[in-house]
Design a binder for this molecule. Structure first.
Ligand code: PEP
Length: 254
């Protein structure tokens, strides 16, 4: 099964509206000819409108970094899936390790958010991955299985067919310590097995799994040489137009 690669940038809490417009002025021409992968950028909420405006006419899709599971109501500070769609988002990141670590995200809320996002027509990028102590204790597969089962595994087969998963080992996020291509591929293979056991061989083989954790222009080619990797979720290196464009380009040479 040939899976189309995706390169997604997670800007976290970086970039004002003006900085977002400036980024797109540099980035869009650099990737204008790229047809080998889907390109997604997730700015902070306040810069979504600027990003959607700047990306109009290009193939770059805009994502949110989170979503709430209710349609509307007294939920101060939250944003609904329909609001994101209206703002022009096509994707949403759900269950990022920073949400899990600092904001109480759990597998159950990941599943609820994912269902709501799908119901609104968004494509969720659902993140899973182990902490350093868990890897060192030999618990990587247990953690990935638990997060898979409670999150994406709680979807219907039809819902599952419309999500992406990002494997993001927490020890590699923002640390400069990228997983080796072999370590990343082993985790992706394991997650694909989880998808096969829960859903079907077909569902597992069409699932796109992105790797995330210190992806840079100089390591993307090695990672993408692993057929198990279907792209990358990029934090720090997505903030610079040239470096993110180099990652998009590097993903072509698999
Ligand atoms: C991320 O935020 O999802 C991420 C992978 O960050 P970084 O690329 O900076 O490690």
């Amino acid at each position: 099964m040939k899976r189309r690669p995706v390169i997604a940038g997670n800007w976290k809490m970086y970039k004002t509206q003006a900085e977002t417009s400036a980024f797109f002025s540099s980035f869009t021409p650099l990737v204008g000819a790229a047809t080998h992968c889907d390109i997604v950028i997730a700015p902070p909420y306040t810069a979504i409108a600027a990003a959607v405006d700047s990306a109009r006419g290009s193939k770059i899709a805009i994502s949110a970094q989170d979503v709430f599971w209710e349609k509307e109501g007294a939920f101060t500070g939250e944003i609904s899936a329909n609001m994101l769609v209206e703002a022009g988002c096509r994707y949403v990141i759900i269950g990022h390790s920073e949400r899990r670590q600092y904001f109480g995200e759990i597998d159950e809320t990941v599943a609820k958010k994912t269902k709501t996002a799908l119901g609104a027509g968004l494509t969720p990028i659902v993140c899973v991955g182990e902490m350093l102590a868990q890897r060192e204790a030999g618990q990587t597969e247990t953690v990935c299985r638990t997060q898979f089962t409670g999150g994406p595994g709680a979807l219907t087969p039809e819902e599952f067919s419309r999500i992406l998963i990002a494997y993001e080992p927490v020890w590699a996020i923002g640390t400069g310590k990228v997983a080796t291509p072999e370590i990343a591929a082993a985790a992706h293979r394991f997650l694909r097995q989880c998808a096969e056991s829960k859903f079907s061989t077909q569902a597992a083989s069409s699932l796109r799994i992105l790797y995330g954790g210190s992806v840079k222009p100089d390591n993307i080619q090695g990672l993408m040489a692993q057929p198990e990797l279907d792209g990358a979720l990029v934090g720090g290196a997505s903030l610079d137009a040239k470096s993110f464009a180099a990652i998009v380009e590097g993903c072509e040479k698999r």
